[in-house]
Design a protein around this ligand. Structure first.
Ligand code: UFG
Length: 341
């Protein structure tokens, strides 16, 4: 029988793509989501892609009674915990909202795992835990963590600390912190993708929204950085590759008997500048993009990309899709939204 996997935040951007990968790989995902930051269109998209109704339980991960009842009923083999707020700027304006939801949600999930004797756990972490890397811009999991520059970043940084402390006290747990770099793109069907609420903060949604006319102009935040073209460098990872990394992580946890705690970078291993993203978008779509250079954005890391060798060695995972794939899929998704909303 297919193993039950609880996916908190499973109707969100990365969560919904992971649900598809889980089902394609023979698992039975149980989505927990309260739709405060997800769109119900995703449910329709999942139905069409999967040719079945996804199992969705509506509720808040901070609700201990609700979570306990779900864990008791479905006896999951593993939990993948996505449900959290993720907007850096908003977290600066409303820090308590972030600490309240992201930290309490994580603690509630961990508490219930212990209570219901569930051992396997995958946590959505972020390359934000490296802050601005001190030396090499290619970071391995051994690269020193630095203090993040936002409350959002702190929730991931502290989330990893909480997990480490809980693991030390309960060494039979099997835990993987996946440190995502910059997730981009959408499912190739254009039936699921990202729904930025309000004005997007992230680069690619801003690019596609400008191209479709929802935003007037893309501003590139700074062109005087010490990088080859003066713009910041990131490691953009296709969301479908990222989704597959979760399945590989679950496989790894299930196939290991002993307790473990691993941090694993999930990126392509390649840095791409903001300017290169714009050039790739224009080349792949043939669409005219209004853009200009503007001042630097406060708190931006200059350059960071993953050393993704550990993911390959331990999980047998590596990125398959390219940035060209990601911009094409993101554009297709934006066009789909333009007709729908
Ligand atoms: N950028 C622009 N113009 C925009 C938006 C972004 O030039 O309108 C630039 C940024 O300055 C940056 C790059 O595009 O150089 C990527 O910016 P994003 O906001 O898309 O991504 P970040 O790397 O800043 O943030 C991501 C995640 C966060 C995480 C952070 C950790 O979105 O969740 O990485 O470094 F905390």
């Amino acid at each position: 029988m297919a193993k039950n996997i609880i996916v908190t935040g499973g109707a969100g951007y990365i969560g919904s793509h992971t649900v598809v990968s889980l089902i394609e790989n023979g698992f039975n995902p149980i989505i927990i989501d309260d739709f405060r930051n997800a769109n119900r269109i995703v449910v329709e998209g999942l139905k069409t892609i999967l040719n079945q109704d996804p199992l969705i339980l509506e509720g808040d991960v901070c609700d201990a009674v609700f979570l306990s009842s779900v864990f008791e009923k479905y006896e999951p083999e593993a939990v993948i915990h996505f449900a959290a707020y993720k907007a850096v700027g908003e977290s600066v304006a409303e820090p308590l909202k972030y600490y309240q939801n992201n930290i309490n949600g994580l603690m509630n999930v961990l508490n219930n795992m212990l209570k219901h004797n569930i051992k396997n756990f995958v946590f959505s972490s972020s390359c934000t835990v490296y802050g601005e890397p001190d030396g090499a811009k290619e970071v391995t999991e051994e690269t020193a963590k630095n203090l993040p520059s936002s409350p959002y970043g702190y929730t991931k940084w502290m989330g990893e600390q909480i997990i480490e402390d809980v693991f030390n006290a309960n060494p039979f747990l099997k835990i993987i912190n996946l440190r995502y770099f910059n997730p981009v793109g959408a499912h190739k069907s254009a039936l699921i993708g990202e729904f930025p609420i309000g004005k997007p903060n992230n680069l690619l949604p801003f690019v596609t929204q400008t191209a479709v006319g929802k935003q007037e102009m893309l501003t590139v935040f700074g062109n005087d950085y010490p990088t080859p073209d003066g713009t910041c460098i990131r490691d953009y990872i296709h969301v479908c590759d990222l989704a597959n990394a979760h399945v590989k992580a679950v496989d790894y946890l299930i196939s290991n008997q002993n307790g473990l705690l691993e941090n694993i970078n999930i990126g392509t291993g390649k840095g791409t500048s903001v300017k290169e993203i714009i050039q790739t978008f224009v080349k792949e779509t043939g669409v005219v993009l209004n853009w200009q250079y503007g001042p630097r954005r406060m708190g931006d890391v200059i350059e960071i990309y993953a050393n993704a060798k550990k993911a390959e060695q331990l999980l047998g995972w590596k990125a398959e899709l390219t940035i060209a794939d990601a911009v094409r899929d993101a554009w297709k998704w934006e066009l789909k939204l333009a007709n729908q909303i």
